[in-house]
Design a protein around this ligand. Structure first.
Ligand code: DON
Length: 609
């Protein structure tokens, strides 16, 4: 197993070899590639916001491990990326511990408060009140982020709470320059955020106008909350002044979360779901995320076909993807929910024999129709999924990797951009609207067009079903070769799927894999969503096979990925065709922040120790 990865002799040799000898070998840094990753030999942090990545890299530079870096990055994102980085939300973190050769899945998903009930979002007519589910004080589950990050640090980190929180406190207290991305995002959400006095005060100037590029955003109340967490750990948030402020916010508008809900919040360390895919071991988040189960289910079906020879993003390839996605999301609607409340059939859904049955139902020439595809294990459920893709994709993923070979893949969220839009007055942070990820009424779509039933019905203390899919892939030698994840609501699982396929089946380096155009299908609506860059010929052929395509291209996700060469050695060679030389280097890390969003960044420690 990977031990002291970077203590191995650092071989840097220039070998004179002919180009022809390289022809069959793949290289992460390929001179023929159009996109190239950031390279590091001493650890890496990749996140949606460059200042936060730099915070994580600085933690690595001072001797912190991947968990310390991830926790510091997570808290920094709560300051610099307020639309998704958070204290008032929840998420998941996969941690690979090199020394123990063990991977754990930390579940810090929000929990429904004790006073929550199955029909709490239904109006007098029995219809779902979307505004109540998404933009009210009732939209929030009990936040899990602070407990989750502190749990990770306590169990698997090396540094103190103070050390990892200090950079975030500084960023909040003294402020940071507003990026174009933040300025425009706050501008676009102004109507909603202005409806809440605290959010208006926290994210806009005193006259209500937005911050321009380069102006400084100071968040004094948030700094004070972070400071309480730094001093008192978990009780700096779930008890004492922060808890008082949360409860006061709830009381002021009839919200359900009380002191007991806060003190009772529990982080759960779970076993990741792992499965073999073409000799690699793919590990991802188990329920209450649907991500890992359906990622493996889709890979299992696809494994029965040779994909590379079909050609990347050819119609034949995309047809297979769509049919596989359709079936996975049909199953999602019936069988997935919080495993502490509902017996999720993880083993059955990820069984290769079940994949074979589903594969055999797929006509390779013709599209099936979603109305004819039912959850495959048993039963059925209806719904039109008409809301699919309406909300913006504002969750956020970050990946960290240290010089010892520890790896973190974490995704956390407020759900929609800026969550419910309601900030806790005096505490400086936004509350999530994760309660909308429950199925408020069987067959009625949520904000991502996803439907569900009893498995994901609201119950006190239950965690809403998620699509967040932090993933770590282990290569042929058992060592980690990829840490990836993305925002994107319902599209997250299919985005991660395509990242894995691009790397494993199509031998792409991480930058090429990230840049490649993506598609998405989620059973309902029966629509293929696609990005620009998928050839019009492929789209036309898909239409000819009977697929219904969305009217126009859209953007799918924003992955944050680190890749490491498989120890088979081939991929670690940096080829230079012209000079006919190869630089052979001991295992390096290759990182790419998705090009789809502005402001993201890969950071590497500047000092090697
Ligand atoms: O957990 C989930 O699946 C969603 N709450 C994630 C939301 C997301 O990715 C951001 N999109 N708006």
């Amino acid at each position: 197993m990977i031990k002291n990865l970077f203590n191995t002799v650092h071989i840097t040799a220039w070998l004179l070899l002919s180009c022809s000898a390289l022809a069959s070998e793949k290289a992460i840094l390929d001179p023929n590639a159009r996109f190239h990753p950031v390279v590091s030999d001493r650890g890496m942090v990749v996140s949606q916001e460059m200042l936060a990545s730099q915070v994580g890299a600085a933690i690595l530079a001072r001797g912190g491990n991947a968990v310390d870096a991830a926790v510091a990055t997570g808290f920094a994102l709560a300051v610099t990326l307020p639309r998704a980085g958070n204290l008032g939300g929840g998420g998941f973190m996969l941690v690979h511990l090199a020394e123990e050769d063990k991977t754990v899945a930390i579940d810090f998903r929000e929990m429904a408060p004790a006073a929550a009930s199955k029909d709490m979002f239904l109006d007098a007519e029995g219809d779902v009140d979307n505004s109540k589910a998404r933009f009210s004080i009732h939209s929030s589950g009990v936040p899990g982020t602070v407990a989750g990050l502190l749990h990770a640090l306590d169990k698997h980190g090396k540094l103190s709470v103070k050390e990892v929180l200090q950079p975030a406190i500084e960023l909040a207290r003294t402020g940071f320059p507003v990026s174009v991305d933040l300025s425009s995002s706050l501008q676009s959400r102004q109507p909603r955020l202005h409806q809440n006095a605290a959010s208006k005060a926290y994210f806009y100037k005193p006259d209500g106008s937005g911050y321009e590029y380069g102006e400084t955003l100071i968040q004094a109340d948030l700094a004070a909350t972070l400071d309480r967490i730094a001093k008192r750990g978990r009780s700096g948030f779930y008890q004492g002044k922060t808890a008082q402020l949360i409860v006061a916010e709830m009381r002021s508008s009839g919200g359900l979360i009380n002191r007991k809900d806060l003190t009772n919040y529990e982080v759960v360390e779970r076993a990741p779901v792992c499965g073999d895919y073409r000799g690699n071991n793919v590990c991802a988040m188990p329920p209450p995320s649907s991500g890992g189960v359906h990622l493996l289910q889709m890979l299992n079906i696809l494994e029965g076909w040779e994909l590379e020879s079909l050609g990347h993003n050819s119609a034949a390839y995309l047809h297979r993807l769509v049919e596989v996605m359709r079936r996975a999301y049909a199953d999602r609607s019936s069988y997935l929910g919080d495993p502490d409340f509902f017996p999720v059939p993880v083993a059955e859904l990820t069984d290769k024999r079940y994949a074979t049955i589903l594969r055999e139902q797929i006509d390779l020439e013709k599209s099936s129709r979603s109305v004819d595809v039912r959850p495959g294990l048993e039963g059925s459920i209806a719904g039109d999924g008409s809301a699919a893709g309406k909300e913006s994709t504002e969750t956020t993923h970050f990946s960290t990797w240290d010089k010892w070979g520890n790896v973190v893949s974490a995704t956390y969220t407020l759900n929609f951009s800026y969550g419910s839009g309601i900030s806790v007055a005096g505490a400086g942070f936004l509350l999530n609207n994760e309660m909308d990820d429950f199925s408020a009424k069987p067959g009625t779509p949520n904000g991502f067009g996803l439907i569900g039933g009893v498995a994901n019905a609201i119950q006190p203390g239950k965690r809403p079903l998620s699509s967040m899919t932090p993933t770590i892939v282990f290569g042929s030698t058992g060592e980690p070769i990829l840490a990836t994840g993305s925002p994107g609501g319902s599209t997250i699982i299919t985005i991660v799927l395509q990242m894995v396929l691009n790397v494993v089946d199509f031998d792409m380096g991480v930058a090429e894999a990230t840049a490649a155009s993506r598609i998405h299908h989620q059973w309902l609506p029966d629509t293929v969503f696609y990005e620009s860059g998928i050839s019009v010929d492929s789209l036309q052929l898909l239409r000819g096979m009977g697929h219904q395509l969305s009217d126009k291209a859209r953007v799918l996700g924003a992955s944050q990925t680190i890749q490491r060469a498989d120890d088979s050695g081939n991929v670690d060679k940096i080829t230079d065709e012209k000079a006919t030389q190869i630089q052979v280097t001991a295992p390096l890390l290759y990182g790419t922040s998705d090009y789809r969003r502005d402001g993201a960044g890969v950071a590497v420690p500047t000092v090697a120790d």
